[in-house]
Design a protein around this ligand. Structure first.
Ligand code: BGC
Length: 764
């Protein structure tokens, strides 16, 4: 039994080369190797983010085979919309308990890849288009799981934003976009929650497989972020086991049989240092031992309580997109008949396909739950079939629904994407809902305009027709095994939909940021939109959207007042935002206060606003609360060739109920030191004039060069400066002096020789 890192090292010293090589690739599909004679226990790794998929003797990573029953929580596109880290932490704890009870040591989640395009087939497994929100929720999830002595595996690291060609494609992405958009969720989770493992993704990043990428796995993850767990490959991601180990991967999953031999050969031939292998073994054994040591209590699971938690998560994750006629909430006791229409009301669509697919402990359907929740008369018509086959006549299904709708006081219509439309393994090609569902909606609304649409889909869908036809639209995503009862509670107002969009709903596919760069070709996908992902894009290009990031209604209303932004020390980047939020309606409800930061004076292009803080508050009617949200240095920073930079100047702090419903704003100034950019032989005229030391030196040199009118082509001095600002100084000199390079060199020498503290008037 290992008790510490040091003793893991001792233990490794006693193992043979082959034994060590055996420990760094799986013994089976879900297990790591054990070495009985050395007292090394194996560990079990299982999917996945929304429920424990423990397979026992079965094995497959595509969700095809069976698994032990476990609570099916809402998927991440739902829980991402909850904006509620405390609830995610509770979900993590529940998952941890279920994992322990099934003998699972490491749970393969959370998935924190950014939703680059709404077409990604796996978006239902990811939280958001925004890195801050993804990081906050992922951190809470990991803390919850790991508090039970079960490890998390943050995935898929990194830039795995599509399913098309996922095992080969190279994500061609610049470092700034990686650092600002695709990596921060991983970074925050690693720094704050210390996950046991990180899962290296299938794809390449700028040409190098993630599992063989030493920049990603060693420099960044361990060097910059101090990761102290082990890196496991996605299932089947390793091409070259020795190269992967050398780059910083520790465990290859699942076992391939041949890997141990290949590693032994690589060590024997001198291609792989034995120390590198030892390091991986130590990391794996240390983490497994750390997890076992954290298990204080015996495992116990309360499936009823977990079902109730799944229901609460489904409620908090539901986004009321539109409620124009105030159709919701419905009165449970008075009113005419309710026509429930849509096969999904009876046969719930509640989870996604692929490796996260699990067998639920039970399953609520909305139709039964609605009938239980109300004393009003409830009619049902399926309206559409789940499969297009000869057994169902689409016209007859719609006709029956029309008859019910015409007789009812109100229609509750369940629409969404069929399971075959979104899954791990392939991407969607359209945002459209099935044509038959849209036809059903149109015809039902024509006979009864009082239509409430309830949506079940993992990724966002085109809602233009839905919004036109229905007075009320409730997006419930893939709400897990208790989604049906959650729907009934929401419809009758026993609970309030308090989710907010974690992803913009665009008007059309052609409006989306990655549209012309998706899904790539000839083995590469270019992230040409750079940092402008999600609302960062729609805001930058002033594009209308169907529903903006952060949007969501409830059954009450809120007012914002007295915004105050305090900067404790303007020479350091940091601020505290305080605002009073009041429930001005007649029902209790939750508001998600969102804080966005903009950098209007940045010296490079930046998004107009970026989410940097949020808080979800629940208030009784008439109640108010002072909400306080802290902004740290990173809230103001961008990534540059010099690393994270905060520039001095103005910052806009906006507080709102969505990215396009800003309720109050303040401009603050930060007097942080300006970044020092070294002047070089290639610096432009503008860069010389922006440099406090260089400015007087270049000004003197230019005045010596003489007659300004002659070089300004008749323009005034200011205009002439604008004309030449972007010229390298050496190119400007080329028009007037011989040997311009040596002139610039001599000016650079003067800069280097100048005293470091330039006089006050010259720095202004
Ligand atoms: C998926 C992972 C999953 C693994 C094991 C892979 O296909 O990409 O998310 O954890 O299989 O099932």
């Amino acid at each position: 039994m290992i008790t510490s890192h040091a003793s893991a090292e001792d233990l490794v010293r006693g193992l043979s080369l082959l034994q060590k090589a055996t420990l760094v690739s799986g013994a089976s599909f879900w297990r790591t190797a054990a070495i009985e004679e050395a007292d090394v226990e194996g560990a079990v790794l299982s999917d996945g983010p929304h429920g424990v998929r423990y397979q026992g003797a079965d094995h497959d990573h595509l969700g095809l085979g069976g698994s032990e029953p476990a609570t099916a929580f809402p998927t991440a596109s739902a829980t991402g919309s909850s904006w509620n880290p405390q609830l995610l932490e509770r979900m993590g704890r529940a998952l941890g308990d279920e994992a322990r009870a099934l003998g699972v040591d490491v749970l393969l989640g959370p998935g924190v890849n950014i939703k680059r395009s709404p077409l990604c087939g796996r978006n239902f497994e990811y939280f958001s288009e925004d890195p801050f929100l993804s990081g906050a929720l992922g951190t809470a999830w990991v803390e919850g799981v790991q508090s039970r002595g079960v490890g998390a595996s943050v995935k898929h690291f990194a830039a795995n934003n599509q399913e098309t060609d996922r095992m080969r494609v190279s994500a061609e992405v610049d470092e700034r976009s990686l650092r600002e958009i695709y990596l921060p969720a991983f970074e925050r989770i690693v720094r704050e929650a210390r996950p046991a493992t990180v899962m290296a993704s299938y794809n390449r990043i700028n040409g190098t497989f993630a599992s063989e990428n030493s920049w990603l796995l060693s420099e960044l993850l361990r060097g910059d972020w101090d990761f102290d767990g082990y890196v496991v490959s996605d299932w089947g991601a390793v091409r070259n086991p020795a190269a992967a180990l050398a780059a910083g991967l520790d465990l290859e999953m699942p076992g391939t049989g041949g890997s141990a031999r290949a590693i032994v050969e690589a060590v024997e031939s001198g291609d792989l240092r034995e120390g590198t292998l030892d390091r991986a073994v130590v990391r794996i054994l240390t983490v497994h031992e750390r997890l076992r040591a954290a298990r204080e209590e015996a495992a116990s699971v309360d499936h009823d309580a977990h079902h109730e938690l799944a229901r609460q998560l489904a409620v908090e994750s539901s986004v009321l997109l539109k409620n124009s006629g105030q159709l919701l909430p419905l009165d449970p006791d008075t009113g005419g008949a309710i026509a429930v229409i849509g096969e999904f009301a009876r046969s719930p669509r509640y989870q996604g396909a692929g490796s996260s697919h699990i067998v639920p402990t039970r399953l609520d359907d909305a139709l039964t739950a609605i009938r239980r929740a109300t004393s009003r008369s409830v009619m049902f018509a399926p309206g559409y079939a789940l499969a297009d086959d000869d057994a169902h006549d689409p016209e007859a299904l719609i006709g029956e629904a029309e008859v019910h709708a015409a007789r009812a006081d109100v229609v509750v219509l369940f629409l969404g994407l069929p399971a075959r439309d979104e899954s791990e393994g392939f991407d969607r090609t359209t945002l459209a809902l099935p044509a038959r569902q849209l036809e059903l909606l149109g015809r039902v609304a024509a006979v009864n305009p009082r239509v409430v649409v309830v949506l079940n889909n993992g990724g966002v869908v085109d809602l233009r027709d839905v919004v036109d036809a229905a007075e009320t639209v409730l997006e419930m995503w893939l709400p897990g095994q208790a989604g049906g009862s959650a729907a009934a509670e929401l419809l009758f107002g026993f609970a309030e939909p308090s989710g907010r969009l974690a992803e913009t709903i665009p008007l059309a596919l052609a409006d989306t940021p990655a549209f012309v760069n998706w899904p790539g070709s000839e083995g590469e996908v270019h992230y040409g939109e750079r940092i402008y992902v999600g609302y960062r894009w729609y805001d930058k290009v002033s594009r209308d959207v169907a529903f903006p990031f952060g949007h969501g209604l409830g059954y009450t209303s809120f007012a914002y007042a007295d915004l105050e932004v305090r900067v404790p020390d303007s020479r350091a980047a940091g601020a505290t935002v305080e605002v009073t939020v009041k429930n001005t309606g007649s029902r209790a409800g939750s508001e998600v206060v969102q804080v966005y930061v903009g950098d209007p004076e940045a010296t490079l292009d930046r998004p107009l606003r970026e989410l940097k803080g949020f808080a979800k508050v629940r208030l009784e009617p008439g109640e108010e609360a002072r909400v306080s949200i802290a902004l740290d240095e990173r809230a103001f920073a961008f990534w540059s060739a010099e690393g994270w930079v905060v520039e001095p100047g103005a910052f806009d702090i906006e507080v709102g109920a969505s990215s396009r419903d800003i309720r109050a704003a303040r401009r603050i100034r930060l007097d942080v030191p300006a970044r020092k950019r070294e002047l070089t032989a290639d610096s432009t005229v503008a860069e010389w004039f922006a440099d406090p030391v260089g400015k007087p030196i270049v000004a003197r040199a230019l005045s010596v060069m003489g007659d300004k009118d002659a070089t300004s082509g008749g323009l005034g001095a200011a205009d002439a400066m604008t004309m030449v600002a972007s010229l390298p100084l050496v190119s400007l000199f080329a028009f007037g002096v011989s040997e311009p390079e040596s002139v610039v060199q001599s000016l650079l020498e003067q800069v280097r020789a100048a005293p470091t503290d330039a006089p006050e008037e010259e720095t202004a």
